[in-house]
Each structure stands twice: as C-alpha cells, then as structure tokens.
Design a binder for this molecule. Sequence first.
Ligand code: GLV
Ligand code: MN
Ligand code: MN
Length: 413
Amino acid sequence: MVRGPEPAPVSPERFAALWCSLAPIGRAGSDGGYLRYTWSPADLAAREWFVEEALDRDLTVETDRNGNLTAWWGDPAAGDAVLTGSHLDSVPHGGGYDGALGVVSGLLAVDALRSDAGGVAPPRAIGVAVFVEEEGARFGVPCLGTRLLTGAVEPQTALALRDADGVSFAEAMAAAELDPTGVGPDPAALARLGAFVELHIEQGRALVDLAAPVGVAQGIWPHGRWRLEITGEANHAGTTRLVDRRDPMVTCAHLVLGANQQARERGAQATVGRLAVTPNATNAVPAGVTAWLDARAADEPALRALVDAVAAQTLEQAGRDGTGVEFTEESLSPAVVFDPGLRERLRELLDAPVLATAAGHDAGVLAAHVPTAMLFVRNPTGVSHSPAEHASDVDCALGVEALARTLRDLAWR
Ligand code: GLV
Ligand code: MN
Ligand code: MN
C-alpha cells in the first residue's frame, strides 16, 4: 500500500525558478563555469542561499560539527530519518549541476510532498543536506565533510590540510565563523538516519543511450588521488645541453603518457589534470613539477595494480632523467555497492534503469554507515566537471518528482 501524501507535480518552470535563484552564485568568468571553493565567499553565499530557502520553508536548519548543513522537516531525533541532499562546492570552472542539482531537488521534493501533507510532518523526518568540500577542490581530499562525519579521516589530518595558498582547513573554517576545534565523527547523528538518497546529475551518457530521464545507481568504482613531487635542476633553456639537464617536466610528460597507456590497457581511468611548475618560466628548465594523478578502476586490486604500474614506469623514467620522484597518496575511496534492497525498491518504484559510475559522491562515504541509494538525472552531453555540464529543466523536474516519490516511500513506510 502506498502511504503518505501524493507529491504535487513539479513543472519545469517551478524547477527553473528555484534553480535560477542559486545559479548566479559563484559563476565566474566568461566560460560560465563555477568557482565555489569550500568556505570561499561564493561557497558561503551559496550556503546562505540554502539556509534562507530552508527557513522560508519553516525547516529546521542544523550545522553539524564539521560544517555540514541539514534542513529538517520533522524531528530527526525520533530516528530512522530519511536524508537527501548533496554539495554546493565545485571543481575549478566546473558545471552548475554537479552537487547543486541534488540540493535544489531536495528542497523542491519537500515542497512537492508538503503541499499535500496538510502541514503534518512525516513519521520519519526528512532532511536536505549540504556537505562540505565534496570535490576536494580546495583542500585536496574529496568528500571531506562526510569523511569527517563518519570518521573516515582523522580530524587532525583534515584540519592540517592546506589549500594552494597555504591556508589550512582549520584556518579557513574559523574564517567562515565555524569552530574547527569540534570537527570529527558524530556517531549519534549518523545513528538517527534510516536512509540516505543523493540525487545527482549523471556524469556520463548512459541515460541518453537508454532514453531514460532518471536512473538508479548500482555502485561506485574505487578511486583515489596521488601527488607526485618531481624534482630536477633549474637551468637556462638556451644554454643547457639536453644531455646535461635534469628536467622534471620530461619525467612528468612520461607520467602523463604512461598513466594514459596503462589505463587504456586495463579498461580503467587515469588522469593528470593538475600541475604546479616551479618556477614556471618559459625560458627555464623547471626545478620541480608537482603532478596529481586521479586513478579509477572496476575493483580495488585493479586500481592498485594500475597505480603501481604507473609509479614503476615513472620511477624508471626518473632514473633516466636524473630526477627525483616522491609519491604520496592523498585519498583513497573504496569500491561502493549501494544497498541492494533499497536499490531494487527504487528501481521498481521509479521504473528506472540501474547504472554504475566511476564518479565519487558523499553517498559513497555514507553507504558504509547508512542504507544508501543514488538517483541520476540525464545529462544530454554527458559532460561534467566543465561549464558544458547540463540537464534540461524538464528532466530536472522529473528528477524532483522521482526524489519526492522516493522520500515518500521511505518516510511514510
Ligand atoms: C567527484 O566528482 C569525483 O568523482 O571526482
Ligand atoms: Mn564532482
Ligand atoms: Mn558531485
């Protein structure tokens, strides 16, 4: 038997109206991409937008010890609460939908349920969360808010992480008027949760190929980030003979090509998307290159084998180049299989296809602690982490409807 209020239909115009109130915040530069780094003025403005929207709806806003925000409809202390939401931070020049779509959809799904609920809160509270530093774009470690909440990262490790300007997580949090001394796991907050469902834009083209607006996630590939400090000798670009050079950029070039080749051969993914070059001069052999490797594979042994092969190749090349390489693991996210019972329930409820993904999400971290599911909304180009990321208002409205039906199913079960 279906219980709970009948969610009101959500029009594309209704979606667009709320979407357009958030969209300008943190949109930077002429490419239309976003710069919403954690605790930056743009991120704080987006968080403020969320708090105002939540208070306008008479939701109760809670900021946890790690800075994660949740807007509650009903009292989560009653237990078995149903949480949705996502994140508002972005990668550098990222798209607007990654993260934000899940937050906007959560608020609109609550609206859709409330309009028929006659002011009566659900038997299990529904919360819409905004998690901190999901992308790891500022401090390097993704899903930091949920890692801290669940104890997957040590508080001292997180607080000491530094951004590209040398500002620590602790300093940035304090500057955002939040107390960094309290960060850490919160088992009591987690114990209140009966389910977490994150809605997210799809970051590939699977739903396009399946001609479906909404999908249900199967699981997440294991993935991680490694930092390579490659050191050489700064010297003159014109007068230093090639045989006399110790050029870290040459070693780095082999890293990039080697990672690509190894990933291709193994059906995995490897990317070097970020470099810092010292001193970064056109007419000087660099003294050093810092490179970040992002690697992902279908299972953990495959991921480890990929990274080991790339490391071995790079070290071998460094031997030829006379350079040094130091390899540091910055983060590792294990394989995730979402709760099979919840996944099946949503697949049937929504008549939606099931997809695997190689993208990381807070849902992946929470899945180890709470029955968790994800919904994906079709992305016509499949492009993500780029200003070209897009979903139509029509599909986004269908996503909200799917989320509202999901929340009803869970909260009035
Ligand atoms: C997060 O978006 C990731 O997969 O890197
Ligand atoms: Mn992302
Ligand atoms: Mn995301």
